[in-house]
Structures are given as C-alpha cells and as structure tokens.
Design a protein around this ligand. Structure first.
Ligand code: CA
Ligand code: CA
Ligand code: CA
Ligand code: CA
Ligand code: CA
Length: 668
C-alpha cells in the first residue's frame, strides 16, 4: 500500500527526489525464520567480503589477504589471484566457440589501489586421462586480468555489473568515494573484448554501501547504509529518478546498517543486516492494481553477515552465501525461498546501434520533432535531413549530422519532402511542414544544390494543426499535402504549381476518433497510412476521391506496438516496409506492406565507440532506400531522439544505416 504520510516524512528527511513510495504492509510483519548455517570456507586472516556461485558447484570469493579465489564444492581452493579485494560481481560471457568451455567476467575492487579489476574466469573441462593416455598437470580453471579501471580524482568503493539482455554487453556501475555513480561500458559482446567507455555519471546516495542490478528488468538497486534501498533505471536514456524499495525503521522494516544487497533471478532482493543478524527477502507482489514489496526475515543467530549472495539452482530452494565477521568465514544457509516464474518481456526486441547523430536543437525541452530526408539526385552523398524544432522552425543537416541551414519559421511540427515540381520552367523539389504558429502549411523550395528557402504559406481552416505528410498521385500527376488537427480531422490539399505560382485547394476531409499525428503516403499503391496515437495505424486511399472509410492496419496492443504511435515512413526496396515509432516502449516496428506482418522490431542503442547515444521517446522518423553512399548504401533511417545524452544536450536526431535493420529482417 502507498503510505502517503511516511512518504512525505521521508521526502522531508532525506530530500530525495522520490517518484513513489511503496511500503510493505504493516500488518504483514512476521517474526524472522531461523536458519542453520554451515561453514563453506574458513581460513586464518581471511578478512573476506563476498562470495558468488559459479555454475552450480563452484564458488568465487574474495579476501583482504588472499585476493580473489575459486573453491570447489568441498571447499578446496582451485585458483587464487592475489591482492586485497572487496566487492564482487560476475556475469557469463557466452562468446566461446567451444561449447564445453565456459567463461565469466568478474569484477572486484582492489582496495589498496581503490581501482576496479576486471578478470575473465575460464573453465575448460579436461579430457579424461584415459583419452589423453597420460597424467596431466593442466588446470581446467584459469583466471586472467582483462583490465584495470582507475579513476583519477576518486576511489571506487563498490561495483555492480549489468548485462544487457539484448546485446549481452556488460556495464559496470561504480560507486565512488565522491558520492557519484559512474556507469561504464566495460565489455562489448559483439567484439568479445573489454572496453572502457563512460556512459554517464549521477549523484549516489551519500552513504552508499552496496549495489546490485536486475538485468531482466533493467533496474539498479543502491543501498544507503542508514536509510534504505533505492531503485534506478539502468537505461541512460531514461529520466534520472529513484524509487524507495525498502527503508530503515521507523519508516520500514530494515534495521541497523545495510551492508549488502543481492538480486535473485526473479527480481526479488536479499538484504544483509549484520546488526540484527538478519537477511531480509523482498519480493514484489501484486494485490489488484497495487504492487508492494513483501518482506520475509531470516535469522542467522549470532552471525554478523557482512555480505549476501545466493546459489539458485533450478527447481531447488535458494541457498544463502554470506561472510560472517564474528566467526570469520564464508557460510551457506538453506532457505525456503522459491523463485517466482519470470518472463522476459523484451526478448523479441532486437537492437541496432546509432551510426551518427545531428547537432542538438537550440533549446532544452521537447522541441525536436520530425525529420524528412531530401535525396540529392545528382550527389546522393550530399543528401540532407530537414527537421522540425517545434519551438523554433526548420533545421537542415548534412549526413554527418552537421547543421548547414536553419529557418525561424515558427512552431513547425511535422515535415515531408516531394520531388520535381515546375514553376515557369524552373524545376525544383519542395518540403511541406505543419505550422502551429499560424495553423498553416509552410512550403519550402529545395534547389538542386540543397539550398532551402521559403516558398509559400497555405492557410488551413483547422484550429490546431498537428501531423502532416505529402502525396504524389501517379494517377493524375498531382501533388497533395495531408494535414491533421489534434481533434482527429484530416484535410487533403492539392498543391498546384502550373499557373506560375503556388496554389492550393482543399479536396477532401475525413476523421479519426482521437489525436493522430504521423502519416505517410505511398504513391505506388495510392494509400495513406496514418497513426492515431492511442489507437493504432489505419490505411485509407490517398486519392482525393478516396472517401472516408478507414481500414485497420495494426492496433496498439502494448505487446508489439505501444502507444503513442508516432512517426511513420515507408522503405521502398525489393520489399516495401512500413516503419512505425512505438513511442511507449522506445522502439520501432517494421511491417511488410505485402501482408501487414511484423518483420522485425528493434531499439536504437548507443554506440559508445562513436560517442553516440541511442534513441528514445521517438516522435517523428523518416526512411529512404536511396543509396546515399558511405554507411548508407542500402538507405538511411532518421529518428527523433527525445533524450539526447552522452553528454546531456538538447534533443536531436539519430541516423541508422538501413543495412543494419535489413540484417535483423534477414536473420528472422
Ligand atoms: Ca516529443
Ligand atoms: Ca505525438
Ligand atoms: Ca510529434
Ligand atoms: Ca538518446
Ligand atoms: Ca548524444
């Protein structure tokens, strides 16, 4: 249940920027369940910290005096990497060609140096001595240092890893002595190599003691020693905010110092509370529409459990693993925790990397909106991106993303490009944009060299113009502009250039029930596709005598297409594809126009090597199949990016080579 009074208190006390406060139900406080611990590993001068299971039968631990070491299930030491280590996290590396060989990426903090050390741990089972015909001294296990990360201005106190379920790339969250969190990309799965790219920094809670990441849900948990546990998104594209998960008494059920946290495979949390010799388990439960964290406490009599991890074997109850400071050693304890079944919602969602980004628009806030691609017929590599800034006007970018021109047209929202019109013998291309300042259509002339200039202003009778797209009828050789109003009304204007000037005529109206925006017209099939933001995609004849009957194309289902439906554009290749911005889950859906089937859907993610972030909260998009040279021989997709980060700047547009999307389609 949401406890407003306590939320208010917490907000005052800790001045947190808390989104919502989910407190465990007070009436559910139960006494702690006693647990029996068994020694796993004890040694003189151990000064251990954390131990993690490796597979189902091995343990990787660390120690101030013995470094990082590997044990088998009898507690026999198999490997040791000397040093003074604290904090430990592990992720699998699935890059090996040899199926019987396994690798893990291991991160730990070398305390003396205050630096992160990244290792790879490998296991290659030996052939039996019979097969080899001789005794061997070869070790099936090996550990090697991949990389050290040292921060120049501060030391690293703790580390936790995050492995992206889509790319398998591994990120490290570093908690620094300066109360900062640094998110770094440390392993690129594609190239199977360690890297070190700073993704972002943000303030950490002042007494941060530990962290852990739920890879499936993309959530980072940070414990604040005397306060509680906070949840953040691992996605650098998301707004920075945190939510309280569990708080220290009297606001919650945690007591004493929070020393460590661990995330189980089902997303539930284990918390180490040595002052009261407890491990608490927090599981998110749903009661009607309310979600709350259900707490279960486990008592470890006479123990000072300084850390917490768990062995999770399929079909078996969870077994705790912790370091006890009072009776120095690593211990295990069986629990009655049964993991909840989990489903990975994003498993079908693939990803492509941004190839480039445009210069940011001039002002912060939601400003950039819709791009269009002008293909330069003579010099395709000099093609341009015309894009709207709904607080300023028009920007023109080259394919390197550099701003080459801008026009202060007012609050233009959507834009589209058409080719080959003629006035008084002069042939040129034109762009049309919905202008919210005047509820008009702003027309721009595009010369053969790419120079853009004002051409005409066409007034409409709509009170709140919004989306727009162009149409050329191959039947009657006429140009049209579709413009919609926030109310759902569409108007189709014929644009006539034949009398030595620009003339317009309203030729049709039709409507949808709620706010539409993105649209695209296909000359070859004389079809208009339009997005009703909350509802889905419709098609209708694009011809002026096409009537008002809408055909459903794809409905918002919040499984594939998430509202709002935003930008729409068509790729005219060997096959024709409709690409839609599925804004609600920061992704893009590609439909075949032959059979309306979804051929792929993907996110646009960062390319830290190029210093380009991914795209999220996308409004408009545009695609071309034209060969633009360079990376764009199969064409180009341009999308608006609602959050331009790495570093944080006003919004901009991301460029993606079509060949990367084609690969996703072809691999299906
Ligand atoms: Ca927006
Ligand atoms: Ca919109
Ligand atoms: Ca928009
Ligand atoms: Ca972005
Ligand atoms: Ca950026």
């Amino acid at each position: 249940m949401i406890n407003i009074k306590k939320c208010a208190l917490v907000m005052v006390c800790f001045a947190c920027f808390l989104q919502a406060c989910v407190a465990p139900e007070n009436n559910s406080v139960k006494s702690a369940k006693p647990l029996n611990s068994q020694a796993l590993y004890q040694a003189d001068r151990l000064n251990g910290h954390k131990m993690m299971p490796i597979g189902d039968e091995h343990w990787l631990g660390n120690s101030e005096n013995f470094g990082v070491f590997l044990l088998d299930k009898q507690g026999e030491k198999l490997l040791e990497q000397s040093g003074n280590f604290e904090a430990l996290d592990v992720r699998p590396l699935n890059n090996t060609a040899v199926e019987s060989s396994h690798k893990w990426l291991v991160s730990s903090i070398e305390k003396e140096l205050g630096q992160l050390q990244v290792f790879s741990l490998s296991h290659t089972p030996l052939l039996t001595s019979q097969d080899r015909g001789k005794e061997t001294t070869e070790q099936p296990w090996s550990i090697e240092t991949l990389m050290d990360i040292r921060l120049t201005k501060t030391v690293i106190n703790n580390v936790c890893l995050y492995q992206s379920p889509t790319t398998q790339d591994i990120y490290a969250f570093l908690l620094t002595a300066q109360n900062q969190v640094e998110q770094r990309l440390i392993y690129l799965a594609e190239n199977a190599k360690p890297v070190n790219y700073l993704i972002r920094q943000f303030p950490a809670p002042p007494e941060s003691s530990a962290c852990a990441v739920d890879d499936v849900k993309g959530l980072l948990y940070i414990s604040e020693e005397m306060t509680g546990i906070w949840q953040y998104s691992v996605d650098a594209e998301k707004e920075l905010s945190r939510q309280a998960v569990a708080l220290v008494e009297p606001f919650g059920q945690l007591s004493g110092e929070i020393k460590d946290i661990f995330i189980l495979q089902d997303g539930s949390l284990l918390v180490a509370l040595p002052d009261i010799s407890q491990v608490q388990h927090y599981q998110l439960e749903q009661k009607g529409k309310q979600a709350f964290w259900q707490q279960t406490a486990y008592q470890l009599e006479g123990r000072k459990n300084e850390s917490i991890s768990a062995l999770q074997v399929a079909g078996e109850a969870v077994k705790l693993v912790y370091y006890d400071d009072e009776n120095p050693g690593y211990y295990t304890a069986p629990t009655d925790i049964v993991l909840q079944p989990t489903k990975s919602a994003l498993s079908e969602l693939k990803s492509v990397k941004s190839n480039a980004e445009t210069a940011p628009v001039k002002r912060y806030g939601d400003a950039a909106d819709d791009p269009a691609i002008w293909v330069n017929a003579q010099k395709p590599e000099h093609s341009l991106i015309l894009a709207t800034d709904k607080s300023y006007g028009l920007y023109v970018y080259n394919l390197a993303g550099e701003e080459v021109q801008s026009i202060a047209s007012g609050r233009i929202n959507n834009i589209d490009v058409s080719y080959q019109v003629e006035i008084n013998g002069q042939i040129f291309d034109f762009a049309a944009a919905s202008n919210r300042t005047n509820n008009s259509i702003s027309l721009y002339k595009i010369n053969a060299d790419g120079k853009v200039s004002d051409l005409a202003e066409i007034s409409t009778s709509l009170p709140d113009v919004y989306g727009l797209c162009n149409y050329y009828s191959s039947l009657n050789k006429q140009h049209y502009v579709f413009i919609n109003d926030e109310s759902g009304l569409y108007q189709q204007y014929q644009i006539n250039f034949s009398n030595g000037q620009v003339e317009s005529q309203l030729v049709r109206e039709f409507k949808v029930n709620s706010q539409p925006e993105g649209c695209v017209a296909d000359s070859a099939s004389q079809t208009l596709y339009l997005g009703e933001e909350d509802y889905g995609i419709w098609s209708i004849s694009a011809e002026p005598d096409g009537g008002d009957a809408l055909q459903p194309f794809y409905r918002v289902d919040n499984k594939v297409l998430f509202d709002d439906v935003e930008g729409l554009s068509i790729y005219h290749g060997a096959e024709k594809y409709l690409i839609a911005s599925s804004q609600g889950n920061d992704s893009y859906v590609v439909f075949s126009l032959e059979d309306k089937k979804v051929v792929t859907r993907f996110k646009i993610t960062a390319d830290p090597q190029k210093g380009v972030d991914g795209a999220s909260e996308t409004d408009g998009l545009a695609v071309t199949s034209a060969n633009l040279g360079g990376q764009y021989t199969q064409g180009l997709l341009v999308v608006q990016d609602g959050r331009n980060v790495m570093p944080v700047q006003p919004q901009n547009f991301k460029l993606v080579a079509w060949q990367n999307i084609q690969q996703l389609i072809s691999s299906n």
